[in-house]
Design a protein around this ligand. Structure first.
Ligand code: DI6
Ligand code: FE
Length: 404
């Protein structure tokens, strides 16, 4: 098979075993074979036999190269928008009050149920293109605005079909446990029975990569979540959880007992929760967009996470209610300015650790054997990706070895 060489670049490999920051290689070379990286290192060390087999030579023009960005927590597929609710909040209502009054997630459920698959496809594709324009090559998309079999299926199918017209990989997460739909009002446990049915059907249809839930005062309690996690485990599906976003509900400990891939949000995480996550190898997915947009004041406990060695990922949480955001670069900036992550932690949070939060060990770093998903940036140093607020220095994206 013919090989492609990319050279004249500086590569932030994000390898955790590398010595310097970002796993940075000055004057790097990358050799691509098919969909994978065959070799990554300093150009001066490229074996001449390998160089001889490279039939295509790309000049990266001095660009910075990073792994393709991974947005590991999104609700990208939904109908309508919630600009009106945004306005209500600016007139004094809180997110929880709006939710209790039947707005919030419930209003998006209504617009998602009434949208056709084609309409959802169009609106989601627009958002996806904005993310891809900033170098996203893998994205997780949750269901959770259908909350009934046919509509959850519609959302997951729309998500799964997006790669037909876009050079991106989509992982789908079943989030039937997002909210109680109106027809089950006051009967949460019967709704959980319905979720178990949906899970089994959608899993049989091959539409589910992982299972998530919203464990919260305005969501589901740990007993209800545990029934769904037990079912996921029996089906061999990995779990993750929206945990401790608005209160400490003990969700992190529950999810960790089920070996969760990630616990997400975590503003109210306590030390026991952090310890449980560390022991289970669960990734902390931090979502500064929701913190910013809901004007939360309680920061996730970054020092606790660092102290316990819990890997941190960051993501847009792209959704109409708490984070209507389609810029992962802006989220990297927010992770630094609001959550005080270092730019290196922020970049690892959208590459190496985001891959881990999705259970994918074939991407997120630039190394031989990993997927050839990478981005060329008009940037001298990696910190510029976090620093340059509102600008987009992306030059080119390579997805599975091919220039997009
Ligand atoms: N937590 C969130 O921040 C989003 N979902 C969740 O469980 C918000 C979803 C929405 O408001 O539509
Ligand atoms: Fe979310």
């Amino acid at each position: 098979m013919s090989l492609q060489l990319w050279s004249n670049c500086r590569a932030a490999t994000l390898r955790s075993d590398a010595s310097g920051s970002y796993g940075l290689i000055e004057d790097a070379a990358l050799v691509v074979q098919g969909e994978s990286l065959a070799w990554v290192g300093p150009r001066a060390e490229l074996p001449s036999a390998l160089l001889g087999r490279c039939t295509v030579h790309h000049d990266a023009g001095g660009a910075l190269v990073t792994p393709g960005l991974i947005d590991c927590h999104t609700h990208l597929v939904y109908g309508g928008d919630r600009a009106q609710e945004f306005e209500m909040r600016l007139n004094g209502a809180s997110y929880e009050e709006i939710s209790r009054a039947g707005g919030g997630i419930a209003s998006t459920v209504q617009s998602t149920r009434s949208a056709s698959a084609a309409e959802l496809q169009r609106s989601s594709a627009k958002r996806l293109e904005q993310l891809m324009n900033e170098g996203v090559t893998t994205i997780e998309i949750k269901s959770g605005y259908g909350l009934a079999l046919e509509h959850e299926r519609k959302m997951l199918m729309v998500a799964r079909q997006l790669p037909q017209c876009h050079s991106v990989e989509v992982r789908t997460t079943f989030l039937g446990m997002h909210a109680i739909p109106p027809e089950f009002d006051g009967r949460p446990d019967e709704y959980v029975d319905a979720v178990l049915q949906m899970l089994s059907t959608l899993h049989n249809e091959g539409l589910v990569d992982a299972v998530d839930g919203f464990c919260e005062r305005i969501g589901f309690n740990t007993q209800q979540m545990e029934r769904v996690f037990a079912a996921a485990k029996a089906l061999g599906l990995p779990v993750k959880l929206h945990a401790e976003q608005l209160s400490d509900s003990g969700g992190a400990q529950l999810a960790s007992r089920y070996g969760a891939l990630s616990c997400d949000h975590l503003e109210w995480l306590c030390e026991d929760g952090a310890r449980a996550m560390a022991e289970a190898g669960t990734v902390a997915v931090l979502l500064p967009g929701a913190y910013y947009f809901l004007r939360e004041t309680r920061l996730p406990p970054m020092d606790l996470l660092r102290r316990h060695g819990v890997p941190m990922a960051i993501s847009t949480d792209s959704n109409p209610g708490s984070s209507p955001c389609t810029s992962l670069l802006l989220i990297m900036n927010m992770a630094c300015t609001l959550f005080r992550l270092t730019p290196e932690e922020a970049l690892a949070g959208v590459t190496r650790n985001a891959a881990r939060a999705l259970g994918l060990n074939d991407r997120g770093v630039l190394a031989a054997g990993r997927r050839a998903d990478f981005v060329l940036w008009d940037a001298k140093r990696p910190a510029q990706l976090c620093y340059a607020l509102g600008s987009n220095p992306r030059l080119k994206t390579v997805f599975k070895g091919q220039l997009v």
